[in-house]
Design a protein around this ligand. Structure first.
Ligand code: GDD
Ligand code: MG
Length: 350
């Protein structure tokens, strides 16, 4: 079975985390968000993926290549200018001749894709949309549906007074290829604002699938932090990493001094070094090649790859992006450090 990932957005709301990388490459527990999603797909036997890319596509292509390192067949569809969600799907028409999944690449969920496919077939739908319930629907696409489980209206990013439904589009769809003929080519099209309302107006069946328990759109730094909080708490279950209380998940080759103290839950990437006297955790991610110097104290923080904390650094509730060095004896709290900026972020409660 094939899947299409919409991975061309700029990730503006996630800045400064997306200053250096496209949103699908932002790491979640040490691995790119997109890789975390591909791991889930493989569990459901989806092995052919088309990545619809637009913003900084080279970073994505360099990492995933043809997919063989990930046990998948991956192809790319590039856009010179953003085509919108619907235009991006149309742009990939040539790859699909059977029912296929479409994913917003910035969503993490525990949707049982196999069950969703069975549901889609049973409902004989043209499109099936997974929905989830949220407290504040106005940041999303709100869907109203009838008692038979078919959508009756869509309202994208409604003002709070405009909607009565708390069910939103979860950004996971099943499409029948015949629907692609309904999307105009050569111009930007939004599935949410244009295609779905048009399908309804033409009497096509859009089924709504409600089997979603965990769901998160990693659209802002706060949501990014929440994904990690949920990962450490066990609310977000990733195929490869599952935290029990106080667990230290370590890829094989960490070098940890016997005189360092680790307080789980902690995630350590490949080739991490932790020097004597360091106190690490709880709730810390150290990405690949991370170096934690002597007597550092670090808690509730996320370090991306190739980050060096020189000796004596004290850090809590921070995010440090790729290849940063934090100078000896720095004291950092509530900041996002990128190569260009150190941005205060008081809400970083991991
Ligand atoms: N290829 C391509 N081209 N991809 C795009 C484009 C484009 O022009 N525009 C957006 N995308 C991708 C983004 O990278 C993202 O993965 C996905 O499409 C959705 O875009 P967002 O910009 O993240 O949309 P949103 O979060 O505001 O709203 C969407 O997702 C919500 C659920 O998270 C909508 O689908 C809402 O209806 C939905 O509730
Ligand atoms: Mg989004």
């Amino acid at each position: 079975m094939k899947a299409l990932f919409l991975a061309g957005g700029e990730g503006t709301r996630l800045r400064p985390l997306t200053d250096g990388v496209p949103k699908p490459m932002v790491p979640v527990m040490g691995r790119p968000l997109l890789e975390r999603n591909l791991e889930l797909l493989k569990m459901h036997g989806i092995d052919e993926v088309v990545l619809s890319v637009c913003y900084r596509p080279e970073a994505i292509e360099r990492y995933f290549g043809d997919g063989s390192d990930f046990g998948l067949k991956i192809r790319y569809a590039d856009e010179d200018l953003p085509l919108g969600t619907g235009g991006a799907i149309k742009n990939c028409e040539r790859y699909f001749d059977d029912t296929f999944f479409v994913f917003n690449a910035d969503v993490l969920s525990d949707i049982n894709f196999s069950a969703m496919l069975r549901y889609h077939k049973r409902k004989k739908a043209d499109v099936t949309i997974a929905v989830t319930r949220v407290k504040n629907p106005s940041a999303y696409g709100v869907i109203e549906y009838d008692e038979d489980g078919y959508a009756v209206s869509f309202l994208e990013k409604p003002a709070p007074h405009e909607t009565v439904s708390n069910f939103i589009n979860a950004g996971v769809y099943l499409f029948e290829p015949r629907v692609l003929r309904q999307i105009p080519s050569g111009r930007p099209v939004s599935v949410e604002r244009e295609l779905f309302p048009k399908l309804l107006a033409r009497g096509r069946k859009i089924a709504v699938y409600r089997g979603c328990h965990y769901w998160l759109d990693i659209g802002t730094p706060e949501k990014y932090i929440q994904a990690h909080r949920d990962g450490f708490d066990g609310g977000l279950r990733l195929p490869e990493v599952n935290f029990h209380e106080r667990a230290v998940y370590s890829r094989l080759d960490a070098r940890i001094s016997g005189k360092a103290v680790l307080r789980g839950p902690i995630y350590l990437g490949r080739n991490v070094r932790i020097a004597p006297g360091a106190v690490v955790g709880p709730r810390v991610v150290v990405g690949d090649n991370g170096v934690i110097g002597r007597k550092c104290r670090i808690a509730n923080s996320i370090l991306w790859n190739d980050v060096v904390l020189e000796d004596g650094v004290e850090m809590s509730e921070c995010i440090v992006t790729d290849a940063n060095t934090v100078r000896s004896a720095s004291r950092l709290k509530h900041v996002i450090c990128t190569p260009e900026t150190v941005k205060a972020a008081k809400h970083l409660a991991i």
